[in-house]
Design a protein around this ligand. Structure first.
Ligand code: DX5
Ligand code: ZN
Length: 212
């Protein structure tokens, strides 16, 4: 499976969002990562459904929507209707995992689940068979530009060992060319990067350096 690169628009200029989306699309990004934060699950507020709806109109890239919100089940349908292709909720925010995964899949969207740094891989192995994507956070969710946590990436080999062949194992937080290599060697096959791509000064170079 080749590596899926998903630039996080959290590091883009929100006043020039269409321009910044086109920049990563032209540079060969595979997906577009959209960080939704509610000020409760994480101490930051970002993007909601209307923005996803507007983004859908200006790009054909798959929209990879990362929900860092409480009660995600309340909003899944709206994000699907707004044009999300992948919806990732947080394990720590949900009681009935199977229910929410079935809900996401019933809307024709790929189902992802994310784990925060404090959540052990062992705790979520039972859910791998029903997931399309497992997102291992390599920073505490909430902000771009934080430092990569190596011990989070060390969860990947066990997940990889227990995963089905089509599971996408994604990492998010502090990803650059060097930390990307660590994660892909452990078995990650999708990389989210915000600051490294948008603040690099050379978006095409940044994306290709993540891929190699
Ligand atoms: C953090 C978000 C990330 C963030 C990554 O909570 O989930 O997607 O944008 O930003 P960088 O790559 O700058 O760490
Ligand atoms: Zn994210």
């Amino acid at each position: 499976m080749s590596i899926i690169i998903s630039p996080s628009i959290l590091s883009a200029d929100f006043a020039n969002l269409e321009r910044d989306i086109k920049l990563v699309e032209k540079a060969g990004a595979d997906w577009l990562h959209i960080d939704v934060m509610d000020g409760h699950f994480v101490p930051n507020i970002t993007i909601g459904v209307p923005v996803v709806n507007s983004i859908r109109k200006v790009t054909d890239m798959p929209l990879d929507v990362h929900l860092m919100i409480e009660n995600p089940e309340k909003y899944i349908k709206q994000f699907a209707q707004a044009g999300a292709d992948i919806i990732t909720f947080h394990y720590e925010a949900v009681d009935d995992i199977e229910h929410i995964v079935n809900l996401i899949k019933s809307l024709g969207v790929k189902a992802g689940m994310s784990i925060k740094p404090a959540t052990a891989a062992q705790d979520i192995l039972q859910y791998l068979p029903i997931l399309d994507l497992l997102l291992v956070m390599t920073v505490e969710p909430g902000f771009g530009g934080q430092k990569f946590m190596q011990d989070c990436a060390e969860k990947i080999p066990l997940i990889k060992e227990k995963a089905h062949n089509n599971l996408i194992i994604q990492v998010d937080g502090g990803i650059n060319a060097e930390t990307a290599r660590i994660c892909t060697q452990y078995g990650a096959n999708s990389l989210v990067a915000g600051n490294y791509i948008y603040k690099s000064g050379d978006i095409s170079y940044a994306i290709s350096s993540l891929r190699n």
